[in-house]
Design a binder for this molecule. Structure first.
Ligand code: ADP
Length: 282
């Protein structure tokens, strides 16, 4: 049951953990706030993701998520502290005390658009890193952007993420699962093909959620109605009231039907940096 030697730094003993109140619950189980005591860093605040029950497939999913997160080290990606194997498997993560971006912004409508744009610029930086490591996220949404503070965002929830193989720049899903269709590009829904540019489409929807302070996208629509709206009618989500025109232009670029016409995250990083500075100087 032991993890291989190279992964030792990531294995956490139960005695290192102190668990406190619940922060939220997901499809896997619950997430609790707590502390983890590490040799080098001392006692640090953490979020502990616990599995609900003895579900082997959920366990495998969590191990896969942990395996993937091991390879990610970036300021804009939630850090995995380690994995604890006790009565259940626990994924120990860096704590993001302000929680998900959508619910935070819904409660803080006083925040300036320049702050919102700064947070989404940070998300673009994290995504640029993720893609440079040849991963696709596949579940980028405001609910999966967590805040350390109102000025610091981190990408989380790598449960659906995949490594792309060399020479194969997309991932082909074998079956359609519980997919966040409102965040998916048309080619994902039609052909089950996911690549860097489908994450870019999701980023556009996430940027829409952020600039509208946590509104739900395509509020009254069902999955099948969205494809008609986007593809047959060639419509797009409208500009949120307080969103700047030039920032809305970036969303529209992310939602180009032909993925070749969508920007890369390196380009989005530059564009968002420019917009943030521009908004600050207005
Ligand atoms: P799901 O996988 O179902 O999308 P998660 O299990 O990732 O959801 O997380 C469920 C909830 O737990 C999140 O909505 C968030 O409120 C909270 N949460 C998860 N990770 C963290 C973290 N690192 N810091 C703070 N809160 C977190």
């Amino acid at each position: 049951d032991d993890l291989p030697r190279t992964k030792d730094t990531f294995s956490i003993r139960q005695s290192q953990l102190e668990l406190e109140e619940e922060l939220g619950s997901g499809q896997f189980g619950s997430v609790q706030k707590g502390y983890c005591t590490l040799k080098r860093e001392g006692r640090i605040p953490v979020a502990v993701k616990k599995l609900k029950s003895e579900d082997k497939s959920a366990e495998e999913e969590m191990l896969k998520e942990a395996d993937l997160m091991r390879n990610l080290t970036h300021q804009r990606i939630v850090r995995m502290i380690g994995l604890c194997r006790a009565d259940c498997i626990m994924l120990v993560l860096e704590l993001c005390p302000c929680g998900p971006l959508n619910s935070f912004l819904a409660k803080h409508k006083e925040l300036k658009q320049s702050t919102v744009v700064q947070l989404m610029w940070q998300v673009a930086q994290g995504m640029s890193y993720l893609h440079s490591k040849n991963y696709v996220h596949r579940d980028l949404a405001a609910r999966n952007v967590l805040l350390v503070s109102e000025n610091s965002a981190k990408i989380s929830d790598f449960g659906m993420s995949k490594a792309l193989n060399i020479g194969n720049d997309y991932y082909k899903a074998q079956e359609a699962g519980k997919w966040p269709l409102k965040w998916y590009a048309p080619e994902c829904v039609y052909y089950w093909k996911f690549d860097a540019k489908s994450d870019v489409w999701s980023y556009g929807v996430t940027l829409w959620e952020a600039t509208s302070y946590g509104e739900k996208p395509y509020r009254k629509m069902k999955g099948n109605e969205i494809l008609k709206f986007l593809v047959e009618d060639e419509k797009r989500l409208q500009k949120p009231d307080f969103c700047d025109e030039q920032v809305y232009e970036i969303m529209l670029e992310c939602w180009q039907y032909d993925k070749k016409d969508r920007p890369t995250f390196e380009e989005i990083d530059q564009k968002m940096k420019y917009q943030q500075q521009r908004l600050l100087s207005l």
